[in-house]
Design a protein. Structure first.
Length: 344
């Protein structure tokens, strides 16, 4: 697609980023501006002064005050938007219903696999109202899409093990911290795919060990929040998939540097070259979780709006790997500073 046709696809109405003045929201606004210089953006927040600083920084942006206690979000029909992205837990789901009423795309990253039934119910009752991207994946789908890009090097995949090391200094802003506390307290045992059967990760399956990028051993626990395991199971036909998580000191901080984010991926199977075995890949961003999460949301919005791929998305319920070409995400991850390497 040439630059002129890209420009013609840019909507006149702004994208509404609810929580766009928070840590991840603000980074998403900046990332979206890098990817789409002409896209108008509205920062939706309770604190309009703080949001105004972000709007001034990125340009072609304005601010609205959002009230999640009101069905119209406190907007009173004063503005129209091209899409909505939600960066905090919306217990009323007024943001989703607003997008459905307006017939515009919606993306949420603050849910968990065990608490998505209300969103699914709203979609089932109004399936033709709006495109809904359920992006409550680890780092907003970036890791799953990278795995699917890597999986193209395999003729068959037997198992996928993901282990995430989040630095204690990298929890994020207040909204992210609230999410972390909620998911830690409310989450059930994690679902895992083991030998083609869905099981709760209990007893011996609950805990695991994995090595950080510098060889330090961590104890991880099967994580129930993200949708990655379900999405990868549907996309790869692997026999076994699990996701483990731990909070600790990343290798960069042990070297005296700033915190980073580490995701360790182990894929067992047969590569296209004929090699069979267990293959380890390491994904590290030197600035932590925020840049990768922001990129995942920004790329999701690009695709929902048809700014990549050439046409807007029809109403439906989507996972990121259904909308986004894995190689495109892999390219963007590298451009935005993610280091991805295979280890012997």
């Amino acid at each position: 697609m040439n630059e002129q046709s890209k420009m013609s696809n840019v909507p006149r109405q702004p994208v509404l980023l609810i929580g766009g003045s928070g840590v991840v929201g603000a980074e998403t606004a900046k990332t979206l501006r890098q990817l789409q210089p002409e896209l108008p953006i509205t920062i939706g927040a309770r604190n309009v002064r703080k949001a105004g600083v972000i709007a001034d920084q990125i340009g072609r942006a304005d601010v609205v005050q959002i009230d999640l206690e009101k069905p119209d979000l406190g907007l009173s029909g004063e503005k129209k938007f091209s899409a909505v992205a939600m960066f905090m837990k919306d217990k009323s789901l007024y943001s989703l219903k607003y997008a459905q009423n307006e017939g515009i795309p919606y993306q949420n990253i603050s849910g968990a696999a065990f608490e998505l039934s209300p969103e699914i119910a709203y979609f089932v009752h109004r399936p033709t109202s709006a495109p809904i991207l359920m992006n409550s994946y680890w780092l907003a789908g970036t890791v799953t899409l990278a795995i699917l890009s890597i999986a193209r090097e395999f003729s068959s995949v037997n198992s996928i093990n993901i282990a995430a090391l989040l630095d204690e200094q990298d929890i994020g802003g207040p909204a992210a911290y609230d999410d972390f506390k909620r998911l830690s307290k409310a989450g059930p045992y994690a679902l895992m795919l083991k030998d083609r059967k869905w099981n709760w990760a209990i007893d011996d399956d609950r805990m695991s060990q994995f090595e950080s990028v510098d060889g330090k051993v961590f104890h991880g626990e099967a994580y129930s929040a993200p949708l990655d395991v379900a999405g990868l199971a549907a996309a790869t036909n692997a026999n076994s998939i699990r996701f483990d998580f731990t909070l600790g000191e990343t290798a960069s901080r042990r070297r005296g540097e700033s915190f980073s984010i580490e995701t360790i991926i182990e894929i067992s199977g047969k590569q296209q070259t004929g090699s069979f075995g267990n293959f380890r890949y390491e994904m590290v961003h030197p600035k932590g979780q925020v840049p990768m999460t922001a990129l995942g949301v920004a790329v999701g919005l690009e695709h929902l709006l048809g700014l990549v791929g050439g046409s807007s998305i029809k109403a439906g319920l989507y996972f990121p790997e259904v909308l986004i070409e894995p190689s495109y995400m892999m390219q963007r991850l590298k451009e935005f500073g993610t280091n991805i390497s295979q280890k012997k």
